[in-house]
Design a binder for this molecule. Structure first.
Ligand code: PGA
Length: 248
């Protein structure tokens, strides 16, 4: 695992954006696996800025997002489709039909999950998968459990995730209890993984991901088995690694 140690959130965002931009420049028709949340927001700002300056084009890029809340419409301001539109898609030249986010409103989520995996397989998997990480070590919404779930699936969100995401909703009760998440199979099928983390509250999850036992109790730890992972993190997110003497 290659680790970039950045001084703060902005430096982490810039480095992550550089890696994504390099992927697009190398292969303009690449398949980006995209993430939502506070972590990638800054990287998307850089990408939008570079697009505006004519340095980058998304016109042949395909994207698949990691997850979506069950029960939120695409135009709900906390849905992940809405997040992607407002943070990236609406500001660049990506073709709307080339962007995929799981359908959280479907009456048949089982079929949504199967079709999502079939679509990712049909693309030959993702070229570059961007990941944040939950305080509990989740990647996408693959929550800690007693086994890794390979396929895209409906997941019951843990109390820790509901607590962490309550900041975006009017009240904790408004946070959806379920999500559709890409499974570990599609994430591990990506040719390259870009894991990003910022802040002290991620330090333990990052430590367990990089150094802990490979265990579904920290889903991120499976990335130790992926041959091409880049971790971009700020100093506070790396603090438990550095305290343990791991060279970063
Ligand atoms: P965050 O979420 O980027 O909002 O911290 C990351 C995650 O839960 O995967």
């Amino acid at each position: 695992m290659k680790i970039y140690r950045e001084k703060d959130y902005d430096a982490m965002s810039r480095r992550a954006a550089e890696i994504i931009a390099a992927e697009i420049l190398h292969d303009p028709a690449c398949v980006l696996g995209l993430a939502t949340g506070s972590t990638p927001e800054g990287a998307y700002k850089y990408l939008v800025d570079w697009y505006g300056k004519g340095l980058l084009s998304f016109k042949d890029v395909l994207s698949v997002n990691l997850d979506e809340y069950v029960g939120l419409a695409p135009d709900h301001d906390q849905s992940y489709r809405y997040f992607m539109q407002s943070n990236l898609f609406d500001h660049v030249d990506i073709v709307p039909g080339n962007t995929r986010v799981p359908d959280g409103l479907s009456k048949d989520p089982g079929t949504v999950c199967k079709e999502y995996d079939a679509y990712i397989r049909s693309l030959g998997y993702v070229s570059l998968q961007l990941l944040g990480i939950g305080r509990n070590g989740h990647i996408g919404f693959n929550e800690p459990g007693d086994h890794f779930v390979k396929e895209t699936h409906v997941v019951d969100l843990t109390e820790s995730t509901i607590d962490a995401n309550a900041r975006f909703f009017a009240s904790r009760e408004d946070v959806p209890r379920q999500a559709i998440s890409m499974g570990i199979g599609a994430i591990m099928g990506a040719k390259k993984v870009l894991l990003c983390a910022s802040g002290e509250e991620k330090a333990e999850a990052i430590f367990n991901t990089v150094c802990g036992p490979i265990s579904p109790s920290c889903p991120g730890s499976i990335l130790q088995l992926h041959p091409n992972v880049v971790l971009v993190a700020d100093e506070t997110a790396l603090s438990k690694l550095t305290a343990a003497g791991v060279e970063v």
